[in-house]
Design a protein around this ligand. Structure first.
Ligand code: SF4
Length: 466
């Protein structure tokens, strides 16, 4: 830490402090924190005498105008700093982790758990089964509510942690207990009623496992959840219906069946009928099938507007439709040619390959641009039809060796662990680049591919509506 202000520093040598690590990863340029002299590697101990447990506490604590912050620097020196700022001013601090205490882990044993369907011997963090309501609030990860203590419920209510994302799977108590292999799992409707009483909204998810929570049970679950979408209190805002994903690493005799094309067609018919009925009774479709259902069934994706306000896009519900819409808008006015010729490869999961062919054909009409679109299966997971986000480094190496890759390959960031260069199988970008003898470009948002390849600076002779 490098202070530019007086701070009543207290030097305590040779003492190791056992504190929860609210460790600073970076400081934003021109921020209050930079002006004061915070540095990456410093740790915040307390703000106005209170120890933040996570980003949620931190955001609440820094909303005061006057802050007394106790900071531990890399040399284990404690500094006490006073800051006066506008109430809504951020400090410009990015933390290493969102949780400064420990992550709340799951106490279920779902047979379809993707974490248990991985090979052994990978990095430890791949096997962490988080079920933490704070991550649900901050990042939209799904939680089951089976591990919440009294103080957690109190905190959700007092800090109004809303909306939360809940894995419901089935409202029928016995079915949910069976799916989660947890005797505490059967009270989901009581818990949703609690959310209603406490004005907390939720988005729900149902992972459909054939012959376990489908058919009548699925229908019952959707309609029971819809009872909590009232004119006066909209507690359950949406339901995402997702097909179970099975990998070759799952144990034998786990009682699970994979989703076939016929099964997907049947489920689409069932859910679309329910949507039509809810549209009449509730004024919303309320439940939506994830894109995978339509791709597995070989059916066209529903229209963009049928997803209403895309409440579960981050869960793969309507995300391809939304992506195609943006691509179509971005490719309305294409240049005739680009200044610097480019020959590159765009990598996606096999399941979405066909949907992107028309766009790539259109882009390849641009003089000087050649895009090789590759839709890869996942040999790693043992899935022929796979979504892009599940492709691993090994899949890229196996699927692309000896292929014409051009100058570089472009992959969407959803193939990598958030904020890292690691694929799901632990391989990093460098390893894959070395094996394929090419350069990898990561696209933050897949729509970036258009800007990256034919960005305005590269355009000549824009043709309207090409
Ligand atoms: S709740 Fe989630 S993390 Fe826990 S076992 Fe089930 S699927 Fe796995």
């Amino acid at each position: 830490m490098n202070y530019k202000k007086d701070s009543n520093d207290l030097l305590v040598p040779n003492v190791t402090y056992k504190i929860d690590p609210a460790e600073i990863e970076s400081i934003e340029a021109n921020s209050i924190a930079q002006e004061i002299g915070f540095e990456s590697g410093d740790s915040i101990i307390s703000i106005n005498g209170k120890k933040p447990r996570d980003l949620i506490d931190y955001q609440i604590l820094i909303s005061d105008e006057i802050l007394e912050i106790s900071v531990l620097d890399k040399n284990l020196e404690i500094h006490n700093i006073s800051i006066e700022k506008d109430q809504d001013a951020n400090l410009g601090i990015n933390f290493k982790d969102a949780l400064f205490d420990s992550i709340k882990q799951c106490n279920n044993r779902c047979p379809f758990c993707f974490i248990d369907q991985q090979p052994s011997g990978k990095r430890k963090s791949l096997y962490v089964k988080d079920d933490d309501y704070r991550l649900s609030f901050l990042y939209g990860s799904y939680l089951t509510l089976t591990n919440l203590k009294k103080e957690d419920w109190e905190r959700i209510s007092s800090q109004k942690l809303s909306p939360l994302f809940i894995s419901v799977h089935a409202t029928d108590p016995a079915t949910r207990e069976k799916l989660l292999k947890n005797k505490k799992a059967g009270v989901i409707i009581d818990q949703i009623a609690w959310f209603e009483r406490n004005s907390i909204q939720i988005h729900a998810q149902i992972v459909v496992c054939p012959d376990i929570n489908d058919g009548k049970i699925l229908e019952k679950s959707i309609f029971e959840l819809a009872e909590y979408y009232k004119k006066t209190a909209k507690t359950v805002l949406s339901v995402a219906i997702v097909p179970v994903g099975l990998t070759k690493f799952r144990p034998e005799n786990d009682g699970l069946k994979s989703i076939t094309s016929d099964y997907a067609i049947k489920t689409i018919q069932q859910v679309e009928k329910i949507q039509a009925s809810l549209q009449i009774s509730h004024g919303t479709r309320f439940c939506w099938l994830s894109d995978e259902w339509y791709l597995i069934a070989g059916k066209n994706l529903p229209s963009y507007k049928s997803y209403e306000n895309m409440p579960q896009e981050s869960n793969g519900v309507g995300s391809i439709r939304s992506f195609l819409k943006t691509l179509s808008e971005k490719t309305k006015n294409l240049p005739k040619k680009i200044k610097e010729p480019k020959n590159i490869s765009w990598i996606v999961g096999k399941l979405v390959y066909e949907a992107l062919i028309p766009t790539v054909k259109k882009l390849n009409l641009i003089d000087g641009l050649k895009i090789n679109l590759y839709g890869l299966p996942s040999i790693y997971w043992g899935q022929e039809q796979v979504v892009t986000g599940l492709l691993t480094g090994e899949d890229l190496i196996n699927g692309l060796k000896n292929k014409d890759l051009g100058e570089a390959i472009y992959i969407p960031s959803i193939m990598l662990k958030i904020n890292t260069d690691l694929f799901l199988d632990d391989k990093n970008i460098k390893e894959v680049e070395n094996q394929l003898n090419t350069k990898i470009h990561v696209l933050d948002d897949s729509n970036d591919i258009i800007d990256t390849l034919i960005g305005k600076s590269n355009n000549t002779d824009i043709i309207k509506n090409a």
